[in-house]
Design a protein around this ligand. Structure first.
Ligand code: UD1
Ligand code: CA
Length: 430
């Protein structure tokens, strides 16, 4: 890999109106910055992230998930702007791709197009009916001359509909020559990275404009932008999985995390939410079920089931209003209204309606282990820590507090009393 990547992420992101740094806002389960880093890792082994606002927090977040990323802290007081961000950045390869941390929708196809060829600068360009907000690209005789920021445009330049999409691939010697020479003599008193274009043109360097899609290069600046970007990302994720053979009923109502994966014949009904790095194999997730960071194989869930992180369901049926957390269920049926937390349950066992694993005593969590062919009657409370061996019957309404051995019937009920004709004495006869 002979290309370096620089990701600009020092901007403040005021319009996001959040205490969370802009680039850490998530789209389909992954922060915008991580979308950029993941793309960068596909093309480069030399990645530098430029930070300033909340640098420490963002750096820590990156270091929790990635290794080998370089950081450059911009001196943004002294050198504000995208050009200021590049001051002092050192790249190790002969070319550098410069990305923005707030453009999560850029595709690999577009990045590959931008890194091709031998021009001194490849720059991303879009033609827009409404170019406002973008730097305008001045082209003369078919050749790029300069980029003029909107605030610096003379009225005639404002009419230009060819705009700078903000991503560039630049030869190392161009950066070394022109970044130190940038000035801030402009409307915003900022050091503009875009000024390298004019400087390079003046010295006869080659600038190659690469036409890109507006949708991919839209910067996310507000919560509204974030929601729009999420919609686009969701469409892409679902389209890709449907092409890969996943069935979806009313896909517009389904949410799928960018980290989720599917195998074999899967059916997702309307309103389903698949979150985290869930892995779903040959399974049917029914209407309005939520799956989070779970492994589900040859199983069915819902409608209105909830499978929470670190759960593993194999050959299992989970019915309506059943919640499973951090539990392994193999060959189990839990058809209705149950809470199964910190448990493992083995083949042939049936969990009746209203069963609850009492896994938490207010201080600590405890495990419930249930063997094979156990019949847990309705409305049973399993007070953990607890082990139920194979082949046990637990009668409905039992509060189980002690381990059960193979072959046993467990029941804890007060004997039923019957008082003849009480109803008629109390309410009188009609
Ligand atoms: C920039 C371009 C503009 C282009 C637009 C496309 C410049 C001067 N202008 O404008 O021509 O049409 O992108 O979206 O480059 N950043 C820093 N440090 C800073 C300022 C910004 O790291 O001091 C980062 C931001 O976090 C962001 C990126 O650079 O990721 C772009 O900054 P932004 O302010 O969005 O660029 P614009 O001024 O909109
Ligand atoms: Ca700006």
């Amino acid at each position: 890999m002979s290309i370096s990547v620089v990701i600009l992420a020092a901007g403040q992101g005021t319009r996001m109106k959040s205490t969370t740094p802009k680039v850490l806002h998530e789209i389909s389960g992954k922060s915008m910055l991580f979308h950029a880093i993941d793309a960068a890792e596909k093309i480069s082994d030399d990645i530098t992230v430029v930070l300033y606002h909340q640098a420490e927090r963002i750096q820590k977040e990156i270091e929790n998930h990635y290794t080998g990323i370089h950081f450059h802290i911009q001196d943004a007081e002294k050198y504000p702007g995208t050009g200021g961000a590049m001051k002092g950045v050192v790249v190790s390869h002969t070319k550098a791709l410069i990305l923005n941390g707030d453009m999560p929708l850029v595709t690999m196809d577009a990045l590959n197009a931008l890194t091709q060829g031998d021009a001194d600068i490849n720059m991303s360009v879009i033609t827009l009916d409404n170019p406002s907000g973008y730097g305008r690209v001045v082209i003369f005789n078919g050749k790029v001359q300069e980029i003029v920021e909107e605030k610096d445009c003379i009225p005639a330049q404002k009419e230009i509909q060819t705009v700078n999409a903000g991503v560039y691939c630049v030869k190392k010697e161009i950066l070394e020559r022109y970044i130190p020479a940038l000035n801030n003599y402009n409307a915003q008193k900022e050091y503009y990275l875009t000024d390298i274009i004019k400087m390079a043109v003046e010295e006869g360097k080659t600038i190659h404009p690469v036409m890109v899609e507006e949708e991919e290069f839209k910067g996310v600046n507000s919560k509204l932008d974030l929601a729009h970007a999420e919609e686009i990302m969701q469409k892409r994720i679902k389209t890709a999985w449907m092409k890969a053979g996943v069935s979806m009923r009313l896909p517009d109502t389904i949410y799928i995390d960018t980290r989720a994966t599917f195998e074999g014949e899967c059916l997702l009904e309307n309103g389903v939410s698949i979150q985290g790095a869930s892995h779903i194999i040959n399974s049917h997730i029914k209407t309005h079920s939520v799956v989070e960071d779970a492994h589900i194989e040859n199983s069915d869930v819902g409608p209105m089931g909830r499978v929470r992180p670190h759960s593993r369901l194999v050959n299992t049926h989970i019915g309506n209003f059943v919640e499973v957390k951090k539990s392994t269920l193999t060959g189990v049926k839990a058809g209705h209204l149950a809470y199964i937390g910190d448990a493992s349950i083995d083949e042939g066992s049936n969990i009746g309606a209203g069963v609850i694993t009492c896994n938490y005593d207010g201080k600590n969590k405890f495990k419930t282990v249930i063997g094979k062919n156990v019949f847990v009657g309705s409305d049973t409370q399993l007070v953990a820590p607890l082990t139920i061996e194979d082949d046990v019957i637990i009668a409905a309404g039992t509060t189980v507090t002690k381990n059960a051995m193979s072959g046993e019937l467990i029941l804890s009920r007060t004997p039923q009393k019957s008082i003849k004709n009480f109803f008629y004495k109390f309410f009188g006869k009609a």
